[in-house]
Write a protein that binds this ligand. Structure first.
Ligand code: HEC
Length: 148
């Protein structure tokens, strides 16, 4: 979900896809054709969409355990997943499955980021499920597609 995401983070993510730092075939192909101005325009659109919504109810891990485990994440991603700096992604309300996937990718090294790589190495599979459940259940990001 991109609705309500920080514009600065969206631009950084698009640049990372374009220059190949962040791997994803579809997104690399999409970003390849975007100029810096295009990226800013797209980011401003998503950042400016509608009010925050609560994410879908988590099915996997446990929200309460996830909240406890998120203590080490608060300094960057905020108390409830709204990050403290616009260059860092908001996690609140994000799809649970996407949150899990990203943490597994950082841990496995297919997505590289110095900070997240180090942190994710300390997370067990259960931690990842609990953290994803917690952030998905917080009010924050939303989808631009009605009913989507
Ligand atoms: C020192 C700051 C910092 C801390 C602490 C931190 N993160 Fe992050 N996190 C980041 C940054 C910066 C990114 C974006 C990295 C990138 O571009 O791949 C990120 C990305 C993520 C993403 C991917 C979001 C997306 O939209 O793709 C997830 C999920 C995440 N962090 C979870 C966590 C969890 C869970 C913790 C605690 C265990 C944590 N982070 C602690 C800075 C931090």
């Amino acid at each position: 979900m991109l609705g309500g995401q920080h514009a600065e983070y969206i631009v950084l993510a698009l640049k990372a896809y374009k220059n190949g730092e962040r791997p994803h075939l579809t997104m690399q192909a999409q970003a390849a054709g975007l100029s810096d101005q295009d990226m800013k325009d797209v980011a401003a659109y998503f950042a400016g969409l509608g009010p925050a919504e609560t994410g879908p109810v988590a099915t996997g891990g446990q929200v309460s355990r996830g909240r406890d485990k998120a203590a080490t994440c608060v300094s960057c991603h905020g108390e409830a997943g709204i990050s403290l700096t616009p260059e860092w992604p908001n996690l609140a309300g994000q799809h649970e499955s996407y949150l899990r996937l990203t943490m597994e990718q950082y841990k496995g090294g297919t997505r590289t980021n110095a900070v997240m790589a180090g942190l994710s190495l300390m997370l067990t599979d259960q931690d990842i499920q609990d953290l994803a459940a917690f952030y998905a259940a917080q009010a924050g990001l939303f989808t631009a597609e009605p009913g989507g």
